[in-house]
Design a protein around this ligand. Structure first.
Ligand SMILES: Nc1ncnc2c1ncn2[C@@H]1O[C@H](COP(=O)(O)OP(=O)(O)O)[C@@H](O)[C@H]1O
Ligand SMILES: [Mg+2]
Length: 193
């Protein structure tokens, strides 16, 4: 079962070769910050803006839950986007996501409902409510994040930094190459009958 990990020693926190940017905790600028980051990604991996959406959720959490939208607090972001993978580390100056264990348990029960198609009970698992979130928080972005970041979603030991990795399927890349192939290329070295 996939879950959010807590491991400051994870290789996903290695910043070698990653680009770096710092942002102030201006909630109104989240979309702009996200675009600055994602603009460096090859278009192939943007997949109908999924990458942008997922990056923006991590930025939003750092600014809103971590830095509590305090403009004096900065958000540090390391990132790298290539055809093979996307990596991002977002570090805020907050108290950390202390309820990761509860979140994982909640998500496990949520997935069980889905698996058993128990839609009646699923209603209880639409939104994770922690001590500090309010009605405006959807409480559900990290469910999709855990699916999207298939190379891992890890918090550091203080839980104020999250590192995420997405591995893009090489079969998609291969399929794209094959689309440029013409059938006669394949037969071209067969002897003529
Ligand atoms: N950087 C962070 N610092 C502190 N808490 C966090 C952080 N990121 C996520 N959380 C916690 O995880 C919860 C779930 O996050 P999410 O799924 O994005 O939903 P939402 O942000 O809508 O509440 C948040 O409500 C918050 O309690
Ligand atoms: Mg969120």
């Amino acid at each position: 079962m996939k879950e959010i990990e807590v491991n400051g020693a994870s290789p996903l926190f290695n910043t070698d070769g990653l680009q770096y940017r710092e942002f102030s905790s201006d909630f109104a600028k989240i979309r702009y910050y996200t675009l600055l980051l994602v603009s460096s990604a090859p278009s192939r991996i943007k997949e109908a803006n999924l990458l942008e959406q997922q990056v923006s959720e991590l930025i939003k959490n750092g600014i809103a839950h971590g830095n509590k939208k305090d403009p004096r607090k900065i958000l540090k972001v390391w990132y790298s986007f290539s055809r093979e993978s996307a990596r991002i580390i977002v570090e805020d100056q907050g108290e950390g996501f202390q309820e990761i264990k509860e979140w994982n348990e909640f998500n496990k029960r949520r997935l069980e409902c889905l698996q058993k198609q128990n839609f009646e009970k699923l209603i209880e698992y639409i939104s994770f409510r922690s001590h500090d979130n309010d009605e405006k928080d959807g409480g559900n972005a990290l469910f999709a994040a855990l699916e999207y970041w298939n190379g891992g979603l890890v918090f550091n030991d203080k839980k104020n930094a999250v590192a995420a990795k997405k591995i893009f399927s090489t079969t998609t890349a291969l399929q794209e190459e094959l689309n440029h192939f013409q059938p006669w290329d394949i037969d071209s070295d067969k002897p003529a009958r």
